[in-house]
Design a protein around this ligand. Sequence first.
Ligand SMILES: Nc1ncnc2c1ncn2[C@@H]1O[C@H](COP(=O)(O)OP(=O)(O)OP(=O)(O)O)[C@@H](O)[C@H]1O
Length: 310
Amino acid sequence: MTLLTLDRLALAIDGRPVLRQVSLDVAAGEAVGLVGESGSGKSMTVKSVVRLLPPGATVGGTVRFDGADVHALNAAGLRRMRSRDVAMVFQDPRAVVNPVRTVGDFLTEVLRDQGMPRGAAIEKAVRSLSEVGVGDAGRRLTQRPYELSGGLLQRVVIAAALLTEPRLILADEPTTALDVTTQEEVVAILDEQRRLRGTALLFITHDLELAAAVCDRIAVMYAGEIVEILPAARLHDDARHPYTRALLAARPGAVAPGQRLLTVPGTPQSALTAPAGCVFADRCPHAEARCRDERPVFTGSAACHLLEVL
Ligand SMILES: Nc1ncnc2c1ncn2[C@@H]1O[C@H](COP(=O)(O)OP(=O)(O)OP(=O)(O)O)[C@@H](O)[C@H]1O
């Protein structure tokens, strides 16, 4: 069953295009990774799902969650969606958690707002902390954010995200601010808990290998468009879009130790500066005249004029 549908989602901020024709489905319980270089529109895509857009944003196309048109929801419907059905985990946990309130207040707030008695809310918060591997949960509830490490605080944020038993988690580079070992632990917890509960996940990362490890499918974004969508297990074998291939070649793991790291040649485009034809044409080693002039239509798994020959 499809839970989330983006259908030709377009977004402009102060008249400048940011997203163009972004179409993507996420099934109930499915994990989809959004990958691509900085500025490609991953965060704006995810923020469009819950209408967390900056002032001056204009939206085209549709976003449907569980059949409802998100951009037509009234204030109560939007509040319900944000507080119950869809949870968010962002890059920096310290930006999300109120620094002067306790972890317990942070965790129980939504449950209390939903009418749960204090004792039951605390009990649920303790259980939720234990489930994400936070020991001594009772004591943690009394602490303030500055008393916790970044990794521990991100676990608290994940516990909070899971508390309302959402159907979809939006995770925007949830581990970028953490050290490598902690990153792995935090991703493993998120992955384990969402699988156990059958929660869908839209997971933004720069790290293709990480996306492949925790997601069912991967959508590759470039200059405000999705250029390829493919099963995570087939990432290496089936990637056909030249941008996806360039990203794969530029992974640190793709280069032998001691060798120079590869980069995707050229300068990243944004939706604003993208050429009239294919958004990747000016960096693509295979580009032909039509690639520069005609915008390729997304067919099958990718938007590229040269799929037949690559
Ligand atoms: N608040 C804002 N006001 C105006 N433009 C914005 C705003 N936030 C993002 N943009 C623009 O939207 C485009 C897409 O940005 P977005 O943050 O979605 O990219 P991203 O792929 O998530 O990048 P990163 O990996 O660096 O987070 C960029 O060109 C960016 O400059």
